[in-house]
Design a protein around this ligand. Structure first.
Ligand code: NAP
Length: 274
């Protein structure tokens, strides 16, 4: 059957037939097939920083669910920009420490948009607490928001992605996850865990057309990376500056459209960790 995709081998053609079901019955150009489908992206922690830059980036051609926890104003401002760009936007509040609230968020998105095609697990917390002084609350919140939240979000969106035969999951880790954190072991552990999650999902679901990758930013110009830490990071950086959230968002877009890269981690740090 001519499904409009280049055929590298019969095996690959069989996988593609399962992966891509064009919205229109006959589409001859492969890139066009992906680009013309209106896709929906759920971005956690999209009220500010890297998440809001990602929502604006993907919101140029995706409908977007803008998740937030406490910053409703920030989320609404991002939603207004997405709507101005001509796409649909839905804001949704939930604490990612609550699995039931995550289930409700994805159910709400399903009712509004019919399912999620792209999940960006971006929300995160950093306490910069040395392990011997870290309280139970700090350790648990770090792991729950940064790692468990991503697991639960992925669990909730996977059934729709499998049903549709396509999906993109991007986990936002950190160089703290690839090289370790000198100041916060719980943060480093949570971010390293995301890389394991990425590889596991890629191993299990790529055959079904679901691509999972990790973006690992270095020091980025957001409220998470406090002003007083910035001069030292600048000094260490070959580009002599912090990375901008928009630059991370561009890399996230690449992983939100890939049809071949999966299970990978891409560092976006201007070369600091080289
Ligand atoms: N900035 C950096 O230097 C850097 C470096 C490496 C990796 N990262 C990673 O990049 C991601 C984005 O960070 P950012 O720099 O953009 O930080 P940010 O501006 O502080 O954004 C963090 C986001 O996470 C959300 N969040 C916090 N606690 C939450 C909770 N309990 N439940 C749900 N959402 C919660 C926040 O929501 P509200 O504001 O609405 O409460 C906010 O939208 C994080 O995963 C971070 O670890 C950042």
């Amino acid at each position: 059957m001519d499904n409009g995709f280049d055929s590298a081998s019969d095996d690959h053609a069989a996988v593609r037939n399962r992966c891509y079901r064009p919205a229109t019955p006959f589409i001859t150009d492969r890139r066009q097939s992906v680009q013309t489908m209106t896709r929906t992206a759920l971005i956690t922690g999209a009220s500010g920083g890297i998440g809001s830059a990602t929502a604006r980036e993907l919101g140029e051609d995706h409908d977007v669910v803008i998740h937030y926890n406490s910053d409703r104003e920030g989320a609404e401002s991002v939603a207004a920009d997405v709507r101005n760009a001509g796409q649909k936007a839905l804001t949704h509040q939930c604490d990612l420490q609550d699995p039931a609230a995550i289930e409700t968020m994805v159910e709400t998105a399903r009712e509004e948009f019919g399912g999620i095609d792209v999940l960006v697990n971006n929300a995160g917390v950093l306490h910069a607490a040395a392990l011997e002084t870290a309280t139970d609350d700090v350790i648990q919140q770090t792991l729950r928001v940064n790692l468990e939240g991503a697991l639960y979000c992925a669990r909730e969106v996977l059934p729709d992605m499998r049903e549709n035969g396509r999906g993109w999951i991007i986990n936002i880790s950190s160089t703290a996850g690839t090289t370790g954190s000198p100041t916060d072991a719980a943060y480093g552990a949570s971010k390293c865990g995301l890389i394991g999650l990425t590889k596991s999902l890629a191993k299990q679901y790529t055959e079904e057309g679901i691509f999972t990758n990790t973006v690992a930013p270095g020091p980025a110009k957001t409220k998470m990376y406090a002003e007083e830490r910035r001069p030292a990071a600048r000094e260490k950086s070959p580009i002599n500056r912090l990375v901008n959230p928009e630059e991370v968002a561009e890399v996230i877009r690449m992983f939100a459209t890939t049809e071949s890269v999966t299970g990978q981690t891409l560092t976006v740090d201007g070369g600091i960790s080289l």
